[in-house]
Design a protein around this ligand. Sequence first.
Ligand code: SF4
Ligand code: FES
Length: 264
Amino acid sequence: MAESVDPDTSRLKGSETQPQAEDETVELQIFRYDPEVESKTEAHFEDFHVQPHEGMTVLDALIEARDEQDPSLTFRHSCRQGVCGSDALFINGKQRLGCKTQIDELSTPIRIEPLPHHPVVKDLVVDMDDFYERMRAVEPYFDPDDPPPGELEERKQSRENREAIKLSTRCIWCGACTSSCSIAADEDVYLGPAAINKGYRFYADEREGEDRKAKRLELLTETDGVWRCQTQFSCTTVCPQEIPLTEHIQQLKRDATKADLKFW
Ligand code: SF4
Ligand code: FES
């Protein structure tokens, strides 16, 4: 069965119906599009049926559909354990990692689409270049002050500071948060939650010096930074690593406001 949709703009919500009985197959409605195959240049959904088993994830179901039914079905994955961030998808209307999403927790049929707000390359694979550019824009690397001449001192971090930045270090660059953000979708200049969180991770690291910290705050709070966030919490809701993205953005807003205060 085929249902036409626009590959870049249209995402149909996953229907919330009754869960499947254990002895039945599960229906997957998978987004298909291939600009290089004439019969697939119009985006559409195709139905697949897989036999569920205990612990089966959406990624397992996709692999079975590809291996057993249609080898042309294309999607990304690597680690299969929530670490590489390569299989973020739009599953039943929400950004999720395929490998961390159990099929028995979803209503059926399960609708699987590419991440919204990215150009579709083929089937479930999207072009992530724009996301990576935003991440690189915040200078995502540790940059401590030079040690005093002649000293090769270990860069120690206090237990308290490690605890403070712990959650922000967990990002796996999956892009789910930025894909869920309507501001990042409408204004391609907005850094977006993942990039701001990455900047926050280093901004809040006590091992970088005060000058670097001030420059990082400036970078993250300039026109395309934190002030564009409208506190919708969608990023925080979908992040598979449970990073409190909105909280980090709000913290940067507070710090920027304090840094701008002048007393006479
Ligand atoms: S912050 Fe969370 S949702 Fe966003 S890219 Fe990182 S891991 Fe993915
Ligand atoms: S396959 Fe690596 S995060 Fe899902």
